[in-house]
Design a protein around this ligand. Structure first.
Ligand code: NAD
Ligand code: TDX
Length: 351
């Protein structure tokens, strides 16, 4: 095997796309997927690669420092691609401590294990930290986040991700660890857990349930096809210089309400419903606390230096996404039948 790569959070939404891409594209890499299998981790996301020789799944918690140290000792990794995180903003408002533990302490545990295990060979190793555009805070009507934008996180989620980014950079500056960070905008696509806006709306429209839109629906997000994110991670992992940061985004800004209306149209069409019927499910609910108005990513550095460009138009990607959810009813039933239901009831009961 040419490289042994630890991918954390590989059973989650983006992680499963990254694991699939690396296992299939690099048969000479050994991919070890470490995941705690929280409510968001689902091994059904990876059934198509679970039998591959170059793939191994390990269940474990990045917050457990002894376990992480031992894992590095046994596996002698060449690189880490770190995606494991608590990722949902609303959950971070309800329970911030879990975000501190996994996103901050978990990341520092991984950095410590890499620092110790890779001593004397930092230039041949790489620690890739996957982060978010939310660390930059919120934009007004104009402007975009660049790699030089100052951090200004507002939610416990984005504050925990910002903190982890700072630790990753500190380990580069202080100890010389080879690190790379990317900050990506909102992803969408298959295997997205239905607590997030797009899969939640698809699931609710399908079941003729209210589609909750926070506030007036005027917040803007910049949406990227998840497979384009996985491809960007591949390119950056292999080509970025040590210590570099790359923004990843789709140049694809949508007001939430416009996005939901487009989704309603696609769903009416796919479900053979009368045009306009799904829109009647839209229900305005109490706004998210500290709700960032607008995110927009300037990804020109990635496009110009490494030649990455998004591959799909949003309308096309959204239609493919809807098709995936309608064709994978069992997946949706499995994830909505357990813990998720009680979370859903608590989250929306008071709105
Ligand atoms: P997700 O919630 O779908 O998946 C997270 C995965 O991490 C799950 O499989 C979960 O079981 C695992 N995990 C959580 N805590 C763990 C722990 N303590 N130890 C080991 N594993 C643990 O998240 P996602 O949307 O796939 O996001 C992946 C990464 O990408 C995160 O770091 C997130 O901040 C970042 N990101 C996400 C988006 C987005 O739009 N979803 C955008 C930009 C960046
Ligand atoms: O029911 C809802 N109604 C609603 O109006 C939900 C769940 C969300 N929203 C709004 C809030 C946001 O403006 O839709 C927008 C998107 O919300 P989320 O899907 O929760 O995503 P967001 O908060 O933007 O964060 C996502 O993108 C950046 C991911 O969850 C993060 O992990 C990533 O870092």
């Amino acid at each position: 095997m040419k490289k042994r790569i630890l991918i954390t959070g590989g059973a989650g939404f983006i992680g499963s796309h990254v694991v699939r891409r690396f296992v299939k594209s690099y048969p000479d890499y050994k991919i070890v997927n470490l995941d705690k299998l929280t409510y968001a981790g689902n091994l059904l996301n990876l059934v198509d690669v679970e039998g591959e020789d170059n793939y191994e799944f390990v269940k474990g918690d990045i917050v457990d420092a002894d376990f992480i140290t031992e894992l590095f000792h046994v596996n002698q990794f060449d690189a880490v691609i770190h995606l494991a995180a608590e990722s949902h903003v609303d959950r971070s408002i309800a329970s911030p401590m879990e975000f501190v533990m996994t996103n901050v302490i978990g990341t520092v545990n991984l950095l410590n294990a890499a620092k110790e295990s890779w001593k004397g060979e930092y230039s041949q190793k790489r620690f890739y930290h996957v982060s978010t555009d939310e660390v930059y805070g919120a934009l007004g009507e104009v402007g975009m986040f660049t790699e030089a934008t100052a951090y200004d996180p507002h939610s416990p989620y984005s504050a925990s991700k910002a903190s982890s980014d700072h630790f990753v950079r500190a380990y580069h500056d202080t100890y010389g660890l080879d690190v790379v960070i990317s900050n990506c905008s909102n992803n969408y696509g298959s295997h997205h857990f239905p607590e997030k806006l797009i899969p939640l709306a698809i699931n609710n429209i399908k079941n003729n349930k209210a589609v909750p839109v926070y506030g007036k629906g005027e917040n803007v997000r910049d949406w990227l096809w998840v497979e384009d994110h996985a491809r960007a991670i591949d390119v950056i992992f292999h080509q970025a210089k040590t210590g570099e940061t790359y923004n990843i985004g789709g140049h694809n800004e949508w007001k939430n309400i416009d996005l939901i209306k487009l989704l309603c149209k696609i769903m009416d069409n796919k479900l053979g419903r009368e045009v306009g019927s799904s829109e009647q499910l839209i229900t305005y609910v109490t706004d998210r606390a500290g709700h960032d108005l607008r995110y927009a990513i300037d990804s020109s550095k990635l496009q110009e230096k490494l030649g990455w460009v998004p591959s799909l138009r949003f309308e096309e990607g959204l239609e493919k996404t809807v098709e995936w959810y309608l064709e994978n009813e069992q997946w949706l039933n499995d994830v909505t039948s357990s813990n998720y239901q009680s979370y859903y009831e608590t989250q929306y009961a008071e709105r």
